[in-house]
Design a protein around this ligand. Structure first.
Ligand code: NDP
Length: 447
């Protein structure tokens, strides 16, 4: 059987076995696209059902999360933890609280996480979790009760050497605090290394909050350098206004770029003078308001409820909200507006046809596996600090993050060239991430 047929047969098995999980199929297809060239160089990876084993999570946990709201009504949500692959280290990956969460979404995120974590060069396996709970509009007390109920089940399955969750959409510092508080209470142990994204006064790492956004900006800077230019004076659009977006904007500004637009699920804001970050942080991190409130303070800014943030002309686009938010139509507009670099701050925000359009147009495109790996990399640094009961300075941790992103960029580019796909970050990231995990799985035997 040709390598193409081998891969196609495995992909068909993935579709049949995981019916009704389109996001997972999409994530698998993206990786499979790169595996043909790998199998041509290294046919032994097709042995011992290695790819089939990689596609099957080691463990999938689904549980009931009952909780009581402020008025005394009882709600039931569904919780998930998919422990995907532990060949390189304990399962590691965030928790997402959003009404759209289902098993397929968690599996797509967990599958991507395996390769992303491998790319960081750090000893972490891949996993992901979450719940179909919507924290929006809920009081702190309601969020706390939900987190306590969620952890009451989850605590049985996680641990410093087993599985170390962190934040994702809808799970930030507040939620990690409530989750850790309940874990500590249930286990009667201050096991700091069981969760990352903790507050810096109780076991968290400096720069973890900033890491995904900062890392994406460092990656963009490296991409631009490869193109013989820099962020200095570049116009940038960042979608979203959550954890990733806010700190991508902060670092882009520090590196000399100007972010002129950002968004939330209600619409987008354009500020031709550059997004006022202090105001954005206050709106989103403190007051938890909608993005349109930005225009109440900044009169030069405009808010658009219906429409696409990708209509805003820019040199660099950093989609940082959610999956499949940048489609083919948006890609055409960006290409028409001469975008040079697109780097995924979010996980799989670009649809496959949009990715192809960027490739065909010669736009440098970096997948989330590479560009947003700074978050999980800094989580691994938090685990290191917890294990050694140490605490590093902001400056030192930021330097480590910058060096890690630099390493990921170099590995991605070098691997793409080695496998005959020069300049292709998608192939580079998939192949480099895959090989390390595959080699570990071969060494560990059929387990
Ligand atoms: P947050 O919850 O902090 O922010 C998410 C942002 O995206 C909000 O502005 C939200 O708007 C917007 N958004 C979410 N869902 C939708 C939607 N369906 N349509 C339009 N806008 C939406 O999450 P993060 O910033 O942590 O995560 C953003 C992305 O980055 C996700 O894909 C996540 O998986 C990825 N990521 C996060 C990492 C991290 O360290 N946090 C690490 C690596 C990747 P609204 O508030 O209106 O919902």
């Amino acid at each position: 059987m040709s390598t193409r047929d081998q891969i196609e047969a495995i992909y068909q098995q993935v579709l049949t076995r995981n019916a009704g999980e389109p996001e997972f199929h999409q994530a698998a297809a993206e990786v499979f696209e790169s595996l043909q060239v790998v199998l041509e160089h290294r046919p032994e990876y097709a042995d011992a059902a290695l790819i089939e084993r990689l596609c099957e999570p080691e463990r999938q946990i689904i549980f009931r999360v009952p909780w009581v709201d402020d008025s005394g009504s009882v709600h039931v949500n569904r919780g998930f933890r998919v422990q995907y692959n532990s060949a390189l280290g304990p399962y590691k990956g965030g928790l997402r609280f959003h009404p759209s969460v289902n098993l397929g979404i968690v599996k797509f995120l967990g599958f991507e996480q395996i390769f992303k974590n491998s790319l960081t060069g750090l000893p972490i396996g891949g996993g992901k979790g979450g719940a179909d709970f919507d924290p929006k509009g809920r009081s702190d007390a309601e969020v706390m009760r939900f987190c306590q109920s969620f952890m009451t089940e989850l605590h049985r399955h996680i641990g410093e050497y087993t599985d170390v969750p962190a934040g994702d959409i809808g799970v930030g510092g507040r939620e990690i605090g409530y989750l850790f508080g309940q874990y500590k209470r249930l286990t009667n142990s201050y096991e700091s290394g069981v969760l990352t994204g903790k507050g810096t006064s109780w076991g968290g790492s400096q720069v973890r909050r900033e890491a995904t956004g900062y890392g994406a900006a460092y990656f963009v800077a490296d991409m631009l350098e490869t193109l013989g230019t820099s962020l200095d004076g570049k116009t940038v659009v960042v979608s979203g206004s959550g954890n990733v977006a806010i700190y991508a904007i902060e670092k882009v500004h520090q590196l000399g770029g100007k972010v002129v637009a950002c968004s939330d699920s209600s619409g987008y804001v354009v500020d031709p003078n550059g997004i006022n970050l202090e105001l954005l942080k206050d709106l989103k991190e403190v007051r938890r308001e909608r993005i349109s409130a930005y225009c109440d303070t900044v009169k030069a800014a405009t808010f658009t409820a219906d429409g696409s943030i990708w209509d805003v002309a820019c040199d660099v686009a950093i989609p940082s909200a959610t999956q499949n938010e940048l489609d083919a139509d948006a890609a055409k507009v960006l290409i028409n507006n001469q975008v040079r670099v697109v780097a995924e701050g979010a996980n799989m925000p670009t649809t496959p046809d949009a990715v192809q359009l960027f490739r065909d147009a010669g736009v440098a495109f970096a997948p989330g596996k590479a560009a947003n790996a700074g978050g999980v990399a800094t989580s691994a640094l938090e685990m290191q600090q917890n294990a050694s009961r140490d605490s590093w300075s902001f400056h030192y941790t930021d330097e480590r993050l910058a060096a890690i992103m630099n390493g990921i960029h170099a590995r991605t580019i070098e691997t793409a060239a080695e496998y005959g796909k020069p300049g292709d970050y998608v192939h580079g990231a998939n192949i480099a991430g895959f090989i390390k995990v595959a080699d570990a799985m071969v060494a560990l035997g059929v387990v």
